[in-house]
Ligand binder design. Structure first.
Ligand SMILES: [Zn+2]
Length: 199
């Protein structure tokens, strides 16, 4: 079975002098055959490197880095791993070589779920684990610190995303994630159980 390990829990909050602080949840997926995919390395280099060191994982242990979408808070830390292959929801980059793929990350059973709305290219991942199907869904769902609410399906569907470029598509993506996942890992906030699965 695959395992999903949360390396850094995503956060988002205003700081001093008009600054804003945000890093998404960074996860490590370890597949049955020990491939290691780092999902959304984020912006917080210190926390990410500390979490990887705790697991004794170096860059050379990584199979690839998956980027959910092209917002800098989600990808800035790829600069820490200059030799690692990079995936998005449809392309694998190995240097200048692009390999196009569909439905699953090549060589794994990790399913790609296209989830546009927050960003056009946004893709989530469905990972079969011993705890159920985990959906890593940045930023289909995300909260500023202290605002997370997941008790009611309306909390999830009507959550306002000020950065969404297509709110109608985002709503459909949220329904799609809710229809597929047992556990949801949002872009920023705590992982939560999905009590509203509608298949
Ligand atoms: Zn984000």
């Amino acid at each position: 079975m695959n395992q999903v390990h949360i390396l850094v829990e995503g956060y988002a909050h205003p700081g001093e002098n008009g600054a804003y602080h945000a890093s998404p949840t960074s996860t490590l997926i370890t597949t049955r055959d020990n491939k290691k995919i780092l999902v959304d390395p984020g912006t917080n280099a210190a926390k990410l490197l500390e979490a990887l060191a705790k697991l004794s994982i170096n860059e050379s242990d990584l199979t690839g880095i998956f980027l959910s979408h092209y917002h800098p808070d989600h990808f800035l830390n790829i600069r820490l791993f200059p030799n690692t292959d990079v995936y998005d929801g449809g392309i694998l980059w190995q240097g200048d070589r692009e390999t196009f793929y569909e439905s699953t990350i090549p060589g794994t059973d990790i399913e790609i779920l296209k989830t546009p709305g927050h960003a056009d290219e946004d893709a989530s991942l469905l990972v079969k684990t011993a705890e159920g199907i985990v959906c890593i869904a940045p930023d289909v769902f995300w909260w500023e610190d202290g605002n997370q609410k997941t008790d009611n399906i309306n909390d999830l569907l009507s959550l306002v995303d000020p950065f969404a470029n297509n709110p109608a598509a985002l709503l459909e993506s949220r329904k799609l994630v809710i229809s597929k996942a047992d556990i949801i890992i949002p872009g920023h906030g705590r992982k939560f159980e999905n009590h509203f699965r509608m298949s």
